[in-house]
Design a protein around this ligand. Sequence first.
Ligand code: 13P
Length: 339
Amino acid sequence: MTEFEMEDIAAALVAPSKGILAADESTGTIKKRFDSINVESTEESRRDYREMLFTAEGVSDYISGVILYDETLRQKAKDGRPLAEVLSSQGIIPGIKVDMGAKPLAGAEGELVTEGLDGLRERLAEYYELGARFAKWRAVISISDSAPSQYCIEANAHALARYAALCQEANIVPIVEPEVLMDGDHTIDDCYAVTETALKAVFDELYKQRVVLEQMLLKPNMVISGTTCPEQADAEEVAHKTVYCFEQTVPAAVPGIVFLSGGQSEAQATEHLNIMNELGSHPWELSYSFGRALQASALTTWAGKEENVAAAQQAFIHRCKLTSAARDGEYGTHMETAS
Ligand code: 13P
């Protein structure tokens, strides 16, 4: 693959009307999701659930790429085809989560740093062989009275840039994800300040470590009120402050920004994305890389039962359609109830 092909992959991931499905929940996280619907998390139930999503009719109209977990990239569908092939045969690009999770940051009580750089070059080479053409690494930054420290922001930015440089060496498009968490009672302006500082640190490190901006995507949080903040900013304020924050920090050479949903409801995340796209043309594509905000309805409709698969696939496609409309600035809340 040439460097131009990496640019083509990045562009394809943020093509009009399309975005990314984040289905890369770690074994611990998917267990939590399955616990919420009283389904035992086994290798088979995880495979069945993900196969259900990947084979929903029409999914490739809305989903450009899927981020997989290591286990899923190695799994086969019931018909014996690798799940990665189930995706690529529909024109959907397989991606892979390559970080090894956020662990306590030494010397910074309560703060986290993402691990997974050791052996990453070798793992990326294998993932490429298995069909992955893009990757994800998530850094976690929390807001509290004492956090984040500049130390935490810089340690995470450094690791994100090391990961991104290794991906590009392996001809894999890196998705760089510094997530400022919604948890807490902080205001939207607190979130703005932390997000701006974190993005400045991330792009500084990406520059120092020679990451090619045209061959990556950014996966950030939206600028939004803390979940328990008594004064919740409305959707217009979220959209305006988020776009303004990126105008200050994200170079125009970055082809696309694909949001995480971060615990927002499906409708909230969709409305915010829609307003941002309605605001007009931006230097970068503004699209989605939602996990929960694309899967929540499908998961509860499925409830682990074979007889619910068709209804769950319908719920999933409905959600994809609305999110895709928002990516184009053509969503309306009335569409939530339309069939
Ligand atoms: P959510 O959209 O559920 O936040 O998941 C996206 C993701 O991949 C987080 O790393």
